[in-house]
Design a protein around this ligand. Structure first.
Ligand code: FAD
Length: 415
């Protein structure tokens, strides 16, 4: 029997595909993990904005085949950066010609005079090496420091993988006249009733009687293949965990250097207002300004076509940040939303805070090496760790489904 820890998209996808007998243990009282949706009056909110740009047709078909097409919105992505009181199209590096003349010249000059003698050993150094000092310092560094809540010199060169919008000099210059603003997702899909609809589609392939909700894994005896929950002891053949990787190691009694694993947490305020505000185009806006508390604000109303402002506001913290005062932060958020003109005379009528902890893991050279070694060690005892946090990575929900399907096949074939 395969024991699956977690009924998020990864755990459910594994269960949906494995031919083995299985049981899912989920500490929460609902399925979905980070892909839950909150319904509050007129508002539909996810834990944070969750949008889809499938790259693998077979996974798109699998998910979509059990959803009604009319409930899925296809949205042309429109996103901008609020930079010193003006709006610049995203990605910043492709749209420096929208800055004032002096700043544009600084950015352009710096791209063409990059010092390529320095070894690129971190995410921060990569930003300087690829885009020059001005683009790095005006947007890429302050924005990503607000998001990751860490020194970007700590992160691996490839910390954001395919999610980072690279652009070379030629693409940048070409974009001055012929704007394409291409990034990895020019269009995205979004279920009108929230991301939980995607989870429910996958969960419709899973036997509900095999999901134990409200039950928490406490420890694992890898030698005797027994898992202890707060309700029972379960014997397993394979253990598939989607918990954060360091948590799994703790539960399995695997020793590791705690310094190797760090992450940010993101406080998300979902906010509903009584009427529509002035912002009618953007799906979301990026805020590099360190004086503003949030790094990104998303507009559900512009995505689903609603006549009342419905926002998600994201604020990054180091994982060790303590004593976070939610009420005070909400006041600060509303004040900063007024400052940038997103709120004018709309009244707040509903709000819902969520702390996503972890949210973005800090991918470093050491974490990548240690993870690979420890995953191999766990595998020798038939313990597998998958998912965004189980694989300690930056990925999309589609990647989670792909990884879970691949593991289900590999585990079935080894027997
Ligand atoms: C701010 C933000 C924005 C995002 N936006 C997008 C997006 O636009 N598009 C996209 O595709 N992806 C997006 N993602 C990524 C997406 O949310 C994740 O890839 C996905 O939710 C990960 O699913 P998972 O099943 O691997 O992990 P989780 O959803 O974390 O599920 C793990 C499950 O394990 C359970 N669990 C943990 N410990 C225990 C225990 N001891 N016992 C029992 N159960 C336990 C948890 O309760 C949880 O249900 C975003 C993520 C963040 C943080």
């Amino acid at each position: 029997m395969d024991l699956i820890i977690g009924a998020g998209i990864s755990g459910l996808s594994y269960a949906a595909k494995t031919p083995n007998d299985y049981l899912i243990v989920e500490k929460d009282n609902e399925i979905g993990g980070y892909c839950k949706t909150i319904y509050s009056g007129d508002y539909v909110w996810d834990y944070s904005g969750h949008f889809f740009h499938f790259q693998r047709p077979e996974i798109k078909d699998y998910v979509m085949s059990r959803l009604d097409e009319k409930d899925i919105l296809k949205v042309r992505k429109y996103t901008q950066i609020y930079y010193k009181g003006i709006y610049v199209d995203y990605p910043f590096q492709m749209n420096i010609h929208q800055l004032n003349k002096d700043e544009f010249i600084d950015c352009l000059y710096d791209i063409f005079t990059i010092d390529d003698s320095t070894e690129v050993t971190s995410f921060k150094k990569m930003l300087f090496a690829k885009f020059g000092k001005s683009i790095a310092e005006k947007f890429l560094i302050p924005y990503n420091e607000k998001l990751y809540a860490t020194d970007l010199d700590k992160l691996d060169v490839d910390a954001m993988g395919r999610f980072f919008p690279y652009a070379d000099k030629e693409q940048i210059v070409r974009n001055f006249k012929n704007s394409t603003n291409q990034s990895y997702n020019s269009f995205f899909l979004y279920p009108r009733k929230g991301v939980i609809k995607i989870v429910e589609s996958v969960a419709s392939h899973v036997d509900k009687s095999k999901i134990l909700l409200g039950e928490k894994l406490l420890s694992v005896d890898m030698k005797n293949k027994k898992a202890v929950t707060d309700k029972r002891t379960i014997e397993y053949d394979n253990l598939i965990s989607t918990m954060p990787f360091p948590v799994l190691m703790d539960k399995c009694g695997v020793e590791y250097d705690k310094e190797v694993y760090s992450w940010n947490k993101v406080l998300v305020f979902n906010l509903g207002f009584d009427k529509k505000g002035p912002e009618k185009q953007n799906n979301w806006i990026y805020f590099p300004d360190r004086e503003l508390v949030f790094y990104r604000v998303g507009f559900y109303d512009n995505i689903i076509g609603q006549d009342k402002t419905s926002l998600y506001v994201e604020i990054g913290f180091d994982h060790e940040a303590r004593d976070i005062d939610i009420d005070q932060l909400l006041d600060r958020t509303l004040s900063d939303l007024r400052k940038v003109g997103i709120i004018t005379d709309q009244k707040l009528v509903a709000s819902h805070p969520i702390m996503m902890d972890p949210a973005y893991v800090h991918i470093t050279q050491r974490s990548e090496e240690d993870k690979a070694r420890k995953k191999e060690l766990l595998k020798q005892s038939d313990v597998y760790s998958i998912g965004r946090y189980g694989s300690w990575t930056y990925c999309s929900l589609e990647d989670n489904i792909h990884e879970a399907f691949s593991l289900a096949k590999a585990v079935a074939e080894k027997q």
